[in-house]
Design a binder for this molecule. Sequence first.
Ligand code: HEM
Length: 287
Amino acid sequence: MGLIKWTTSPWGQLIPEHVAWYLIWVAIIAGFCFMIVHALYIRAFSPRKVFAKNEAPVAPEQVPERVPRHSLAARIFHWVMAAAMFTLLFTAFLPKLGVHFNWILYHWIAGVVLTISIVFHVIHSSFFQDAGSIWPDKTDIRDAFRRLLRFTGKPAPPPTRFAKYPLENKFYHLCIVLAGLAVIGTGVFMLKRINTPFFTRNPYVFSDMTWGLMYVLHGLAGIALIALVIVHVYMGLRPEKMPITKSMIFGWMSRDFYLEEHDPKRWAIKQSKQSQKKRGLAASDAD
Ligand code: HEM
């Protein structure tokens, strides 16, 4: 029951063939265990979010009713990536679980779509968005310790409200980046093993050992993505997370949710000229 299925090359060398497929079940079970434990925890403790007072509170009137969260481009990227990801997971693993079909064709096409969408995302988020907002900062780490101390009954000041993304989301993003880059990095080379309009098939560009290791990494990262995707979908469907999920569809979240969970100093809202104008009018009306 090793993690890797080994084989012997025509020259008698022991080489890795691919990851052991029982790990698919390990990932599915791990994902479901996370769901059950998390749901029970929320039910048993119904943790109430307690935050410190905002250092620079804003008056609700200063915040638009609909707080813009995801641009149209970011939303399109997210759903294209999700469609590619599900196609990749189903085409990769259903055949391993006994459902046979011409999976390689759909798999590599979805792989290319995922690769292009990620390249787009990296450029878009680096040059047209606040790229730093998805990486943990000092306040996140300090607040994580504060939450841990408070959870264990020790005295600690309450944490501040979140910036655009809570630490959990940032950590999740980091995991998906690592697993995603691993499947893409290896998948692009694996296109050389099959016939596609992009490359002529040439399985001899690497040694058997290098290919074997590449297949193992591709499979391991892919299997990790099963668990990561289960956790992501579960979190997105949780009632208290619905405002965040809806914002990935409609692009905005409500003012109440923003003021409740976010710190305007850490996530300042860029207001559209239209909404500024509207409030200007409202103020002069009130005058
Ligand atoms: C969620 C992401 C992905 C998952 C879960 C995944 C999973 C898998 C698995 C389990 C295999 C079978 C490997 C084996 O038999 O050892 C495979 C094969 C393959 N994958 Fe992926 N993969 C993903 C992304 C990608 C991407 C992004 C590309 C291309 C850019 C890609 C290209 C390929 C190719 C070409 C093969 C076939 C190789 C062959 O049959 O020789 N995959 N993938």
